[in-house]
Design a protein around this ligand. Structure first.
Ligand code: G6P
Length: 587
Protein backbone atom coordinates (compact mmCIF):
# COMPACT_ATOMS: atom_id res chain seq x y z
CA UNK A 1 0.00 0.00 0.00
CA UNK A 2 1.36 3.31 -1.11
CA UNK A 3 0.54 6.79 -2.39
CA UNK A 4 1.02 7.88 -5.98
CA UNK A 5 0.97 11.35 -7.54
CA UNK A 6 1.45 12.86 -10.98
CA UNK A 7 1.69 16.39 -12.36
CA UNK A 8 1.62 17.94 -15.82
CA UNK A 9 1.45 21.71 -16.36
CA UNK A 10 3.55 24.84 -16.00
CA UNK A 11 4.72 24.70 -12.35
CA UNK A 12 7.84 23.13 -10.90
CA UNK A 13 6.98 19.43 -10.99
CA UNK A 14 9.54 18.82 -8.24
CA UNK A 15 7.74 21.17 -5.87
CA UNK A 16 4.25 19.92 -6.69
CA UNK A 17 5.22 16.25 -6.44
CA UNK A 18 7.10 16.58 -3.15
CA UNK A 19 4.33 18.62 -1.52
CA UNK A 20 1.69 16.21 -2.78
CA UNK A 21 3.63 13.19 -1.55
CA UNK A 22 3.96 14.78 1.87
CA UNK A 23 0.16 14.90 2.07
CA UNK A 24 -0.03 11.23 1.16
CA UNK A 25 2.54 10.14 3.70
CA UNK A 26 -0.25 8.62 5.76
CA UNK A 27 -0.51 5.90 3.10
CA UNK A 28 2.99 4.68 3.82
CA UNK A 29 6.36 6.23 4.48
CA UNK A 30 9.16 3.74 4.22
CA UNK A 31 10.59 5.12 0.97
CA UNK A 32 9.78 7.75 -1.63
CA UNK A 33 10.75 8.79 -5.13
CA UNK A 34 9.98 10.96 -8.14
CA UNK A 35 10.57 10.79 -11.90
CA UNK A 36 10.60 14.01 -13.91
CA UNK A 37 10.86 14.54 -17.65
CA UNK A 38 13.54 17.10 -18.38
CA UNK A 39 15.75 16.64 -21.36
CA UNK A 40 15.35 12.93 -20.80
CA UNK A 41 13.91 11.19 -17.79
CA UNK A 42 15.42 11.67 -14.35
CA UNK A 43 14.65 9.59 -11.28
CA UNK A 44 15.49 10.05 -7.60
CA UNK A 45 14.31 7.57 -4.97
CA UNK A 46 15.34 6.79 -1.46
CA UNK A 47 14.52 4.69 1.58
CA UNK A 48 13.06 6.69 4.46
CA UNK A 49 10.76 9.68 4.91
CA UNK A 50 10.01 12.09 2.06
CA UNK A 51 12.21 14.70 3.82
CA UNK A 52 15.21 12.47 3.00
CA UNK A 53 14.56 12.71 -0.71
CA UNK A 54 16.85 15.34 -2.28
CA UNK A 55 15.83 16.11 -5.86
CA UNK A 56 18.25 18.35 -7.76
CA UNK A 57 16.48 18.42 -11.12
CA UNK A 58 13.15 19.83 -12.24
CA UNK A 59 10.65 19.96 -15.09
CA UNK A 60 6.91 20.39 -15.59
CA UNK A 61 5.88 16.74 -15.98
CA UNK A 62 6.48 13.99 -13.45
CA UNK A 63 5.21 11.24 -11.17
CA UNK A 64 5.97 10.37 -7.55
CA UNK A 65 5.46 7.67 -4.96
CA UNK A 66 5.51 7.11 -1.21
CA UNK A 67 5.82 3.45 -0.28
CA UNK A 68 4.63 0.98 2.33
CA UNK A 69 6.47 -2.22 1.57
CA UNK A 70 4.65 -5.41 0.51
CA UNK A 71 6.93 -7.20 -1.99
CA UNK A 72 10.57 -6.47 -1.19
CA UNK A 73 12.03 -4.82 1.91
CA UNK A 74 12.12 -1.02 2.20
CA UNK A 75 15.31 0.04 0.35
CA UNK A 76 16.52 2.53 -2.27
CA UNK A 77 16.38 -0.23 -4.88
CA UNK A 78 12.80 -1.23 -4.13
CA UNK A 79 11.55 2.36 -3.97
CA UNK A 80 9.44 3.66 -6.88
CA UNK A 81 9.44 4.99 -9.62
CA UNK A 82 10.70 2.07 -11.72
CA UNK A 83 12.13 2.54 -15.17
CA UNK A 84 12.39 0.21 -18.16
CA UNK A 85 15.72 -1.14 -19.45
CA UNK A 86 16.51 2.02 -21.43
CA UNK A 87 15.35 4.62 -18.94
CA UNK A 88 12.60 5.92 -21.26
CA UNK A 89 9.55 4.97 -19.23
CA UNK A 90 8.86 5.52 -15.52
CA UNK A 91 6.09 3.89 -13.50
CA UNK A 92 4.61 4.21 -10.00
CA UNK A 93 2.23 1.65 -8.54
CA UNK A 94 -0.01 1.22 -5.49
CA UNK A 95 -1.45 -2.25 -4.87
CA UNK A 96 -0.34 -5.77 -5.71
CA UNK A 97 0.25 -7.37 -9.12
CA UNK A 98 -0.74 -10.95 -8.35
CA UNK A 99 0.68 -12.48 -11.55
CA UNK A 100 3.98 -10.61 -11.41
CA UNK A 101 6.13 -13.76 -11.10
CA UNK A 102 4.95 -15.18 -14.38
CA UNK A 103 5.18 -11.79 -16.13
CA UNK A 104 8.66 -11.28 -14.74
CA UNK A 105 9.86 -14.64 -16.05
CA UNK A 106 8.37 -13.94 -19.45
CA UNK A 107 10.04 -10.53 -19.63
CA UNK A 108 13.40 -11.86 -18.43
CA UNK A 109 13.25 -14.51 -21.15
CA UNK A 110 12.81 -11.66 -23.63
CA UNK A 111 15.95 -9.99 -22.32
CA UNK A 112 14.60 -7.47 -19.81
CA UNK A 113 16.82 -6.76 -16.85
CA UNK A 114 15.20 -6.26 -13.43
CA UNK A 115 16.76 -4.18 -10.67
CA UNK A 116 14.36 -4.79 -7.75
CA UNK A 117 12.40 -7.50 -5.96
CA UNK A 118 9.08 -5.71 -6.34
CA UNK A 119 5.98 -6.76 -8.22
CA UNK A 120 5.66 -3.20 -9.56
CA UNK A 121 8.77 -3.22 -11.74
CA UNK A 122 7.16 -5.60 -14.25
CA UNK A 123 4.84 -2.81 -15.35
CA UNK A 124 7.69 -0.61 -16.62
CA UNK A 125 9.15 -3.51 -18.62
CA UNK A 126 5.76 -4.60 -19.95
CA UNK A 127 5.09 -1.09 -21.28
CA UNK A 128 8.58 -1.09 -22.81
CA UNK A 129 7.83 -4.45 -24.44
CA UNK A 130 4.69 -3.08 -26.09
CA UNK A 131 5.98 0.43 -26.85
CA UNK A 132 5.85 1.32 -30.50
CA UNK A 133 5.76 5.10 -30.50
CA UNK A 134 2.59 5.51 -28.37
CA UNK A 135 2.60 5.41 -24.58
CA UNK A 136 -1.19 5.23 -24.64
CA UNK A 137 -1.30 2.08 -26.79
CA UNK A 138 1.50 0.38 -24.88
CA UNK A 139 -0.12 1.25 -21.54
CA UNK A 140 -3.45 -0.31 -22.55
CA UNK A 141 -1.71 -3.47 -23.72
CA UNK A 142 0.41 -3.73 -20.57
CA UNK A 143 -2.51 -3.13 -18.21
CA UNK A 144 -4.62 -5.79 -19.91
CA UNK A 145 -2.00 -8.34 -18.80
CA UNK A 146 -2.16 -7.44 -15.09
CA UNK A 147 -4.06 -9.30 -12.39
CA UNK A 148 -4.51 -7.92 -8.90
CA UNK A 149 -5.19 -4.54 -7.36
CA UNK A 150 -3.48 -1.50 -8.75
CA UNK A 151 -3.40 2.21 -9.30
CA UNK A 152 -0.59 2.87 -11.75
CA UNK A 153 0.78 5.98 -13.43
CA UNK A 154 3.32 5.98 -16.25
CA UNK A 155 5.24 8.58 -18.25
CA UNK A 156 7.57 8.42 -21.26
CA UNK A 157 10.51 10.78 -21.82
CA UNK A 158 9.35 11.61 -25.34
CA UNK A 159 5.62 12.23 -24.74
CA UNK A 160 3.84 14.98 -22.88
CA UNK A 161 1.20 13.02 -21.00
CA UNK A 162 0.55 10.79 -18.00
CA UNK A 163 -1.27 7.48 -18.45
CA UNK A 164 -2.92 6.02 -15.35
CA UNK A 165 -5.27 3.19 -14.40
CA UNK A 166 -7.36 2.27 -11.37
CA UNK A 167 -8.37 -1.21 -10.27
CA UNK A 168 -9.20 -1.81 -6.59
CA UNK A 169 -6.75 0.87 -5.45
CA UNK A 170 -7.81 4.51 -5.29
CA UNK A 171 -7.01 7.12 -7.95
CA UNK A 172 -8.36 10.63 -8.44
CA UNK A 173 -7.67 13.31 -11.02
CA UNK A 174 -7.40 17.02 -10.15
CA UNK A 175 -8.47 19.35 -12.95
CA UNK A 176 -6.64 22.69 -13.26
CA UNK A 177 -6.20 25.34 -15.96
CA UNK A 178 -3.39 24.30 -18.32
CA UNK A 179 -2.33 21.81 -15.66
CA UNK A 180 -3.68 18.56 -14.26
CA UNK A 181 -2.92 16.27 -11.36
CA UNK A 182 -3.40 12.66 -10.40
CA UNK A 183 -3.14 11.19 -6.90
CA UNK A 184 -4.25 8.39 -4.62
CA UNK A 185 -6.24 10.87 -2.57
CA UNK A 186 -7.63 14.38 -2.90
CA UNK A 187 -5.61 16.27 -0.21
CA UNK A 188 -2.50 15.63 -2.33
CA UNK A 189 -3.48 18.35 -4.83
CA UNK A 190 -6.16 20.30 -2.98
CA UNK A 191 -3.81 23.28 -2.66
CA UNK A 192 -3.94 23.65 -6.45
CA UNK A 193 -7.46 22.65 -7.40
CA UNK A 194 -10.72 21.47 -5.87
CA UNK A 195 -12.14 20.11 -9.12
CA UNK A 196 -11.91 16.37 -9.07
CA UNK A 197 -12.73 13.29 -11.14
CA UNK A 198 -12.97 10.09 -9.11
CA UNK A 199 -12.00 7.05 -11.18
CA UNK A 200 -13.80 3.73 -10.82
CA UNK A 201 -12.33 0.28 -11.13
CA UNK A 202 -11.30 -0.61 -14.66
CA UNK A 203 -10.89 2.99 -15.82
CA UNK A 204 -7.83 4.31 -17.61
CA UNK A 205 -7.00 7.99 -17.95
CA UNK A 206 -4.85 10.00 -20.29
CA UNK A 207 -3.82 13.29 -18.74
CA UNK A 208 -2.15 16.12 -20.66
CA UNK A 209 -1.70 19.85 -19.93
CA UNK A 210 -5.03 20.75 -21.46
CA UNK A 211 -7.23 17.68 -21.43
CA UNK A 212 -8.15 14.65 -19.37
CA UNK A 213 -9.66 11.65 -21.13
CA UNK A 214 -11.07 8.63 -19.32
CA UNK A 215 -11.51 5.27 -21.02
CA UNK A 216 -12.71 1.80 -20.16
CA UNK A 217 -10.26 -1.08 -20.52
CA UNK A 218 -11.27 -1.56 -24.14
CA UNK A 219 -10.28 2.02 -24.91
CA UNK A 220 -13.79 3.42 -25.27
CA UNK A 221 -13.99 6.98 -23.96
CA UNK A 222 -16.25 7.50 -20.90
CA UNK A 223 -17.90 10.76 -19.81
CA UNK A 224 -17.01 11.54 -16.20
CA UNK A 225 -18.50 14.02 -13.80
CA UNK A 226 -16.22 16.69 -12.32
CA UNK A 227 -16.96 17.11 -8.59
CA UNK A 228 -16.14 20.15 -6.46
CA UNK A 229 -14.56 19.37 -3.11
CA UNK A 230 -15.54 21.64 -0.24
CA UNK A 231 -12.64 20.86 2.15
CA UNK A 232 -9.91 23.44 2.37
CA UNK A 233 -6.19 22.71 2.45
CA UNK A 234 -6.20 23.71 6.14
CA UNK A 235 -8.69 20.90 6.73
CA UNK A 236 -5.94 18.59 5.62
CA UNK A 237 -3.17 20.31 7.58
CA UNK A 238 -2.29 20.59 11.26
CA UNK A 239 -3.88 23.98 12.00
CA UNK A 240 -1.53 24.87 14.86
CA UNK A 241 -1.64 21.56 16.72
CA UNK A 242 1.57 19.69 17.44
CA UNK A 243 0.26 16.57 15.75
CA UNK A 244 -2.53 15.69 13.35
CA UNK A 245 -3.80 13.22 15.91
CA UNK A 246 -4.33 15.91 18.55
CA UNK A 247 -5.98 18.19 16.00
CA UNK A 248 -8.26 15.37 14.96
CA UNK A 249 -9.14 14.51 18.58
CA UNK A 250 -10.18 18.13 19.09
CA UNK A 251 -12.14 18.19 15.84
CA UNK A 252 -14.51 15.55 17.15
CA UNK A 253 -17.34 17.80 18.31
CA UNK A 254 -17.50 19.22 14.79
CA UNK A 255 -16.98 15.87 13.09
CA UNK A 256 -19.88 14.20 14.93
CA UNK A 257 -22.14 17.21 14.36
CA UNK A 258 -21.32 17.38 10.66
CA UNK A 259 -21.94 13.66 10.41
CA UNK A 260 -25.28 13.93 12.17
CA UNK A 261 -26.30 16.86 10.00
CA UNK A 262 -25.49 15.02 6.79
CA UNK A 263 -27.37 11.93 8.01
CA UNK A 264 -30.43 13.98 8.90
CA UNK A 265 -30.35 15.58 5.45
CA UNK A 266 -30.89 12.20 3.80
CA UNK A 267 -34.35 11.97 2.37
CA UNK A 268 -34.81 8.25 2.83
CA UNK A 269 -32.99 5.15 3.94
CA UNK A 270 -33.78 2.30 1.60
CA UNK A 271 -32.40 -0.77 3.28
CA UNK A 272 -35.78 -1.88 4.62
CA UNK A 273 -36.36 -4.22 7.55
CA UNK A 274 -34.06 -7.05 8.61
CA UNK A 275 -34.00 -9.77 11.24
CA UNK A 276 -30.25 -10.26 11.59
CA UNK A 277 -27.20 -8.11 11.09
CA UNK A 278 -23.54 -8.92 10.46
CA UNK A 279 -21.04 -6.10 10.94
CA UNK A 280 -17.65 -6.44 9.28
CA UNK A 281 -14.58 -4.20 9.65
CA UNK A 282 -10.91 -3.96 10.64
CA UNK A 283 -8.96 -2.18 13.36
CA UNK A 284 -10.66 0.78 14.97
CA UNK A 285 -13.64 0.45 12.64
CA UNK A 286 -14.13 -3.07 14.03
CA UNK A 287 -14.41 -1.56 17.51
CA UNK A 288 -17.08 0.84 16.24
CA UNK A 289 -18.93 -2.22 14.92
CA UNK A 290 -18.61 -4.05 18.22
CA UNK A 291 -20.00 -1.06 20.10
CA UNK A 292 -22.86 -0.88 17.62
CA UNK A 293 -23.71 -4.53 18.30
CA UNK A 294 -24.65 -3.65 21.89
CA UNK A 295 -26.59 -0.56 20.85
CA UNK A 296 -28.51 -2.31 18.07
CA UNK A 297 -29.32 -5.33 20.25
CA UNK A 298 -30.50 -2.98 22.98
CA UNK A 299 -32.77 -0.96 20.72
CA UNK A 300 -33.82 -3.42 18.02
CA UNK A 301 -33.74 -6.74 19.89
CA UNK A 302 -32.26 -8.57 16.92
CA UNK A 303 -29.02 -10.56 16.88
CA UNK A 304 -25.90 -8.82 15.61
CA UNK A 305 -22.65 -10.60 14.86
CA UNK A 306 -19.41 -8.72 14.40
CA UNK A 307 -16.49 -10.02 12.36
CA UNK A 308 -12.97 -8.99 11.50
CA UNK A 309 -13.08 -8.56 7.73
CA UNK A 310 -10.03 -10.80 7.27
CA UNK A 311 -11.93 -13.63 9.04
CA UNK A 312 -15.38 -13.02 7.61
CA UNK A 313 -14.08 -13.41 4.07
CA UNK A 314 -13.20 -17.05 4.56
CA UNK A 315 -15.97 -18.40 6.77
CA UNK A 316 -18.66 -20.76 5.52
CA UNK A 317 -21.90 -19.18 4.39
CA UNK A 318 -24.07 -20.76 7.07
CA UNK A 319 -26.61 -18.05 7.78
CA UNK A 320 -29.93 -17.06 6.30
CA UNK A 321 -29.87 -13.70 4.66
CA UNK A 322 -28.99 -10.70 6.76
CA UNK A 323 -28.06 -7.09 6.42
CA UNK A 324 -24.28 -6.89 6.21
CA UNK A 325 -22.74 -3.59 7.34
CA UNK A 326 -19.17 -2.75 6.33
CA UNK A 327 -17.40 -0.05 8.28
CA UNK A 328 -14.27 1.48 6.79
CA UNK A 329 -13.21 5.08 7.19
CA UNK A 330 -10.96 5.03 4.12
CA UNK A 331 -13.25 2.85 2.03
CA UNK A 332 -10.09 1.24 0.68
CA UNK A 333 -9.21 -1.51 3.17
CA UNK A 334 -8.66 -4.61 1.05
CA UNK A 335 -10.03 -7.08 3.61
CA UNK A 336 -13.23 -5.09 4.09
CA UNK A 337 -13.76 -4.69 0.35
CA UNK A 338 -13.17 -8.43 -0.14
CA UNK A 339 -15.70 -9.15 2.60
CA UNK A 340 -18.29 -6.86 1.00
CA UNK A 341 -17.89 -8.58 -2.35
CA UNK A 342 -18.38 -11.93 -0.70
CA UNK A 343 -21.51 -10.83 1.17
CA UNK A 344 -22.97 -9.49 -2.04
CA UNK A 345 -22.12 -12.67 -3.94
CA UNK A 346 -24.04 -14.63 -1.28
CA UNK A 347 -27.07 -12.44 -1.75
CA UNK A 348 -26.95 -10.47 1.51
CA UNK A 349 -28.07 -6.87 1.52
CA UNK A 350 -25.03 -4.66 2.00
CA UNK A 351 -24.50 -1.25 3.56
CA UNK A 352 -21.16 0.55 3.84
CA UNK A 353 -20.27 3.26 6.33
CA UNK A 354 -17.30 5.25 5.05
CA UNK A 355 -15.72 8.69 5.32
CA UNK A 356 -14.54 8.97 1.74
CA UNK A 357 -16.97 9.89 -1.00
CA UNK A 358 -16.61 7.65 -4.03
CA UNK A 359 -14.11 5.35 -2.27
CA UNK A 360 -13.76 1.78 -3.55
CA UNK A 361 -16.13 0.16 -1.01
CA UNK A 362 -19.01 2.22 -2.42
CA UNK A 363 -18.74 0.27 -5.68
CA UNK A 364 -19.40 -3.04 -3.96
CA UNK A 365 -22.44 -2.36 -1.75
CA UNK A 366 -26.14 -1.64 -2.15
CA UNK A 367 -26.27 1.34 0.21
CA UNK A 368 -23.83 3.85 1.66
CA UNK A 369 -23.92 6.01 4.77
CA UNK A 370 -21.23 8.68 4.81
CA UNK A 371 -19.57 9.97 7.91
CA UNK A 372 -18.52 13.56 7.47
CA UNK A 373 -15.38 13.76 9.59
CA UNK A 374 -13.17 15.42 6.94
CA UNK A 375 -9.78 13.97 6.02
CA UNK A 376 -8.03 12.11 8.83
CA UNK A 377 -4.25 12.16 8.52
CA UNK A 378 -3.04 10.70 11.84
CA UNK A 379 -2.58 6.96 11.37
CA UNK A 380 -4.43 6.26 14.64
CA UNK A 381 -8.13 6.76 13.89
CA UNK A 382 -9.92 9.18 16.24
CA UNK A 383 -12.53 11.49 14.73
CA UNK A 384 -13.51 8.92 12.15
CA UNK A 385 -14.25 6.47 14.99
CA UNK A 386 -16.65 8.78 16.84
CA UNK A 387 -18.20 9.74 13.49
CA UNK A 388 -18.71 6.05 12.73
CA UNK A 389 -20.36 5.66 16.13
CA UNK A 390 -22.60 8.59 15.27
CA UNK A 391 -23.65 6.96 11.99
CA UNK A 392 -24.22 3.60 13.70
CA UNK A 393 -26.26 5.09 16.55
CA UNK A 394 -28.29 7.01 13.98
CA UNK A 395 -28.83 3.79 12.06
CA UNK A 396 -29.88 1.92 15.23
CA UNK A 397 -32.22 4.62 16.50
CA UNK A 398 -33.95 5.32 13.17
CA UNK A 399 -34.27 1.60 12.37
CA UNK A 400 -35.70 0.87 15.83
CA UNK A 401 -38.30 3.56 15.30
CA UNK A 402 -39.19 2.50 11.77
CA UNK A 403 -39.50 -1.15 12.75
CA UNK A 404 -41.66 -0.25 15.76
CA UNK A 405 -39.16 -1.49 18.35
CA UNK A 406 -39.15 1.72 20.39
CA UNK A 407 -41.88 4.21 21.21
CA UNK A 408 -41.96 7.59 19.55
CA UNK A 409 -41.16 9.19 22.91
CA UNK A 410 -38.05 7.04 23.35
CA UNK A 411 -37.05 7.83 19.76
CA UNK A 412 -37.26 11.56 20.42
CA UNK A 413 -35.31 11.21 23.63
CA UNK A 414 -32.54 9.26 21.84
CA UNK A 415 -32.40 11.78 18.98
CA UNK A 416 -32.02 14.58 21.53
CA UNK A 417 -29.10 12.67 23.02
CA UNK A 418 -27.52 12.30 19.58
CA UNK A 419 -27.64 16.07 19.23
CA UNK A 420 -25.93 16.43 22.59
CA UNK A 421 -23.01 14.15 21.78
CA UNK A 422 -20.84 17.05 20.56
CA UNK A 423 -21.33 18.92 23.89
CA UNK A 424 -20.46 15.82 25.86
CA UNK A 425 -17.30 15.38 23.82
CA UNK A 426 -16.40 19.05 24.40
CA UNK A 427 -16.78 18.50 28.13
CA UNK A 428 -14.46 15.48 27.91
CA UNK A 429 -11.84 17.46 25.97
CA UNK A 430 -11.71 19.86 28.94
CA UNK A 431 -10.13 17.02 30.94
CA UNK A 432 -7.01 17.13 28.77
CA UNK A 433 -4.66 18.55 31.44
CA UNK A 434 -5.78 15.99 34.04
CA UNK A 435 -5.33 13.19 31.52
CA UNK A 436 -1.88 14.48 30.49
CA UNK A 437 -0.84 14.33 34.18
CA UNK A 438 -1.97 10.71 34.36
CA UNK A 439 -0.13 9.94 31.11
CA UNK A 440 3.19 10.71 32.81
CA UNK A 441 2.52 7.87 35.26
CA UNK A 442 1.34 5.49 32.51
CA UNK A 443 4.41 6.22 30.36
CA UNK A 444 6.59 4.53 32.99
CA UNK A 445 4.89 1.17 32.58
CA UNK A 446 5.50 -1.59 30.06
CA UNK A 447 2.10 -3.29 30.33
CA UNK A 448 -1.43 -2.27 31.12
CA UNK A 449 -5.05 -3.40 31.07
CA UNK A 450 -8.26 -1.66 30.11
CA UNK A 451 -11.43 -3.11 31.61
CA UNK A 452 -15.10 -2.41 31.05
CA UNK A 453 -18.45 -4.13 30.56
CA UNK A 454 -21.33 -4.10 28.08
CA UNK A 455 -21.13 -1.38 25.46
CA UNK A 456 -17.97 0.06 26.93
CA UNK A 457 -16.12 -3.22 26.56
CA UNK A 458 -15.32 -2.39 22.89
CA UNK A 459 -14.16 1.02 24.11
CA UNK A 460 -11.70 -0.74 26.43
CA UNK A 461 -10.43 -2.59 23.35
CA UNK A 462 -10.17 0.66 21.41
CA UNK A 463 -8.41 2.45 24.28
CA UNK A 464 -5.87 -0.38 24.45
CA UNK A 465 -5.41 -0.34 20.67
CA UNK A 466 -4.76 3.42 20.68
CA UNK A 467 -2.17 2.93 23.44
CA UNK A 468 -0.42 0.08 21.60
CA UNK A 469 -0.42 1.81 18.22
CA UNK A 470 1.17 5.08 19.21
CA UNK A 471 3.02 4.55 22.52
CA UNK A 472 4.15 0.93 21.89
CA UNK A 473 3.15 0.05 25.46
CA UNK A 474 1.63 -3.41 25.64
CA UNK A 475 -2.02 -2.83 26.50
CA UNK A 476 -4.95 -5.25 26.49
CA UNK A 477 -8.66 -4.56 26.70
CA UNK A 478 -10.80 -7.08 28.60
CA UNK A 479 -14.39 -7.53 29.62
CA UNK A 480 -14.07 -6.74 33.33
CA UNK A 481 -15.82 -9.98 34.32
CA UNK A 482 -13.35 -12.07 32.36
CA UNK A 483 -10.12 -10.96 34.07
CA UNK A 484 -10.47 -13.56 36.83
CA UNK A 485 -10.38 -16.33 34.22
CA UNK A 486 -6.72 -15.84 33.41
CA UNK A 487 -5.38 -12.35 32.86
CA UNK A 488 -5.50 -11.55 36.58
CA UNK A 489 -2.32 -13.63 36.83
CA UNK A 490 -0.49 -10.86 34.99
CA UNK A 491 -1.37 -8.07 37.40
CA UNK A 492 1.75 -6.78 39.11
CA UNK A 493 2.44 -4.12 41.70
CA UNK A 494 1.67 -0.73 40.20
CA UNK A 495 0.51 -2.03 36.81
CA UNK A 496 -1.93 0.53 35.38
CA UNK A 497 -5.49 -0.71 34.92
CA UNK A 498 -7.88 1.72 33.25
CA UNK A 499 -11.45 0.99 34.33
CA UNK A 500 -14.50 2.45 32.61
CA UNK A 501 -17.24 2.87 35.22
CA UNK A 502 -20.30 4.53 33.70
CA UNK A 503 -23.48 4.92 35.72
CA UNK A 504 -25.29 2.11 33.96
CA UNK A 505 -26.87 -1.17 35.02
CA UNK A 506 -23.43 -2.75 35.49
CA UNK A 507 -22.01 -0.08 37.75
CA UNK A 508 -21.94 -2.28 40.89
CA UNK A 509 -20.39 -5.18 38.98
CA UNK A 510 -17.65 -2.91 37.71
CA UNK A 511 -16.85 -1.87 41.28
CA UNK A 512 -16.43 -5.53 42.25
CA UNK A 513 -14.06 -6.08 39.33
CA UNK A 514 -12.07 -3.03 40.34
CA UNK A 515 -11.70 -4.47 43.83
CA UNK A 516 -10.27 -7.66 42.31
CA UNK A 517 -7.46 -5.76 40.60
CA UNK A 518 -6.86 -3.33 43.47
CA UNK A 519 -6.40 -6.29 45.80
CA UNK A 520 -3.50 -7.34 43.53
CA UNK A 521 -1.95 -3.88 43.87
CA UNK A 522 -2.76 -2.62 40.40
CA UNK A 523 -2.75 1.15 39.89
CA UNK A 524 -6.38 1.78 38.98
CA UNK A 525 -7.34 4.78 36.86
CA UNK A 526 -11.12 5.03 36.71
CA UNK A 527 -13.23 7.00 34.25
CA UNK A 528 -16.58 7.75 35.84
CA UNK A 529 -19.06 10.54 36.36
CA UNK A 530 -19.61 9.32 39.95
CA UNK A 531 -17.48 10.96 42.57
CA UNK A 532 -17.79 8.07 45.04
CA UNK A 533 -15.79 5.81 42.70
CA UNK A 534 -12.77 7.70 44.02
CA UNK A 535 -12.71 5.62 47.22
CA UNK A 536 -12.08 2.41 45.30
CA UNK A 537 -9.38 3.56 42.90
CA UNK A 538 -6.00 5.26 42.79
CA UNK A 539 -7.15 8.08 40.60
CA UNK A 540 -10.47 9.18 39.16
CA UNK A 541 -10.98 11.02 35.88
CA UNK A 542 -14.33 12.67 36.46
CA UNK A 543 -16.30 12.23 33.25
CA UNK A 544 -19.29 14.36 32.22
CA UNK A 545 -22.63 12.82 33.13
CA UNK A 546 -24.31 11.55 29.98
CA UNK A 547 -27.10 9.20 28.95
CA UNK A 548 -25.64 5.71 29.74
CA UNK A 549 -26.16 4.48 26.18
CA UNK A 550 -23.88 7.29 24.96
CA UNK A 551 -20.91 6.83 27.32
CA UNK A 552 -18.77 5.20 24.57
CA UNK A 553 -18.46 8.63 22.93
CA UNK A 554 -17.02 10.32 25.99
CA UNK A 555 -14.95 7.42 27.28
CA UNK A 556 -13.21 6.88 23.98
CA UNK A 557 -12.23 10.53 23.69
CA UNK A 558 -10.62 10.41 27.14
CA UNK A 559 -8.75 7.24 26.17
CA UNK A 560 -7.54 8.80 22.91
CA UNK A 561 -6.09 11.68 24.95
CA UNK A 562 -4.48 9.26 27.40
CA UNK A 563 -2.78 7.38 24.56
CA UNK A 564 -1.75 10.60 22.83
CA UNK A 565 -0.16 12.15 25.91
CA UNK A 566 1.55 8.91 26.90
CA UNK A 567 3.08 8.63 23.42
CA UNK A 568 4.09 12.30 23.62
CA UNK A 569 5.86 11.80 26.96
CA UNK A 570 7.70 8.88 25.35
CA UNK A 571 8.65 11.01 22.33
CA UNK A 572 7.02 8.68 19.78
CA UNK A 573 6.31 9.50 16.10
CA UNK A 574 2.63 9.95 16.96
CA UNK A 575 1.20 10.58 13.48
CA UNK A 576 3.31 7.87 11.86
CA UNK A 577 3.70 4.91 14.21
CA UNK A 578 6.23 2.32 13.19
CA UNK A 579 5.09 -0.60 11.00
CA UNK A 580 1.61 0.87 10.47
CA UNK A 581 -0.18 2.67 7.67
CA UNK A 582 -3.42 4.59 7.57
CA UNK A 583 -5.07 2.62 4.89
CA UNK A 584 -4.20 -1.01 4.26
CA UNK A 585 -5.01 -1.95 0.67
CA UNK A 586 -3.43 -5.40 0.79
CA UNK A 587 -4.85 -8.58 2.33
C1 G6P B 1 -5.41 0.51 9.42
C2 G6P B 1 -5.31 1.75 10.30
C3 G6P B 1 -6.33 1.67 11.43
C4 G6P B 1 -7.73 1.44 10.86
C5 G6P B 1 -7.77 0.19 9.98
C6 G6P B 1 -9.09 0.06 9.23
O1 G6P B 1 -4.92 -0.58 10.11
O2 G6P B 1 -4.02 1.91 10.84
O3 G6P B 1 -6.33 2.87 12.17
O4 G6P B 1 -8.64 1.33 11.89
O5 G6P B 1 -6.75 0.27 8.99
O6 G6P B 1 -9.20 1.14 8.34
P1 G6P B 1 -10.54 1.55 7.62
O7 G6P B 1 -10.13 2.65 6.67
O8 G6P B 1 -11.05 0.35 6.91
O9 G6P B 1 -11.48 2.04 8.66
Amino acid sequence: MCGIVGYIGFRSAREVLLKSLKRLEYRGYDSAGVAIVNDGLKVEKKKGFIENLKVNFDGTLGIGHTRWATHGVPSDRNAHPFVDCHGNIAVVHNGIIENFMELREELISKGHVFTSETDSEVVAHLIEEYYDGSLKDAFFKAVSRLKGSFAIAAIHRGERKIMAVKNESPLVIGIGDHENFIASDIPAFLEYTNRVIVLRDGEVCEVSDDYVRVYDMEGREIRKEVQRIEWTVEDAEKGGYEHFMLKEIFEQPRAVDDTLRSLLARTSDHWGDFQRIAIVACGTSYHAGLTAKYVIEELLHIPVEVYYASEYRYRANVDDSYLAIFITQSGETADTIGAARRAKAHGHRTLAITNVVGSSITNYVDHVLYTNAGPEIGVAATKTFTSQLMALYYFAITSAERMGRISHGRYEELMRSLHRVSYWIEATLNLEDRIAEEARRVAESGNMFYIARWLNYPIALEGALKMKEISYIHAEGYPAGELKHGPLALIDDGMPVVALVPEDRLYEKMLSNIKEVSARNAYVIALSSREDVEKYVDTLLRMPKVDPLFTPFTNVVALQLLAYHTARVLGREIDKPKNLAKSVTVE
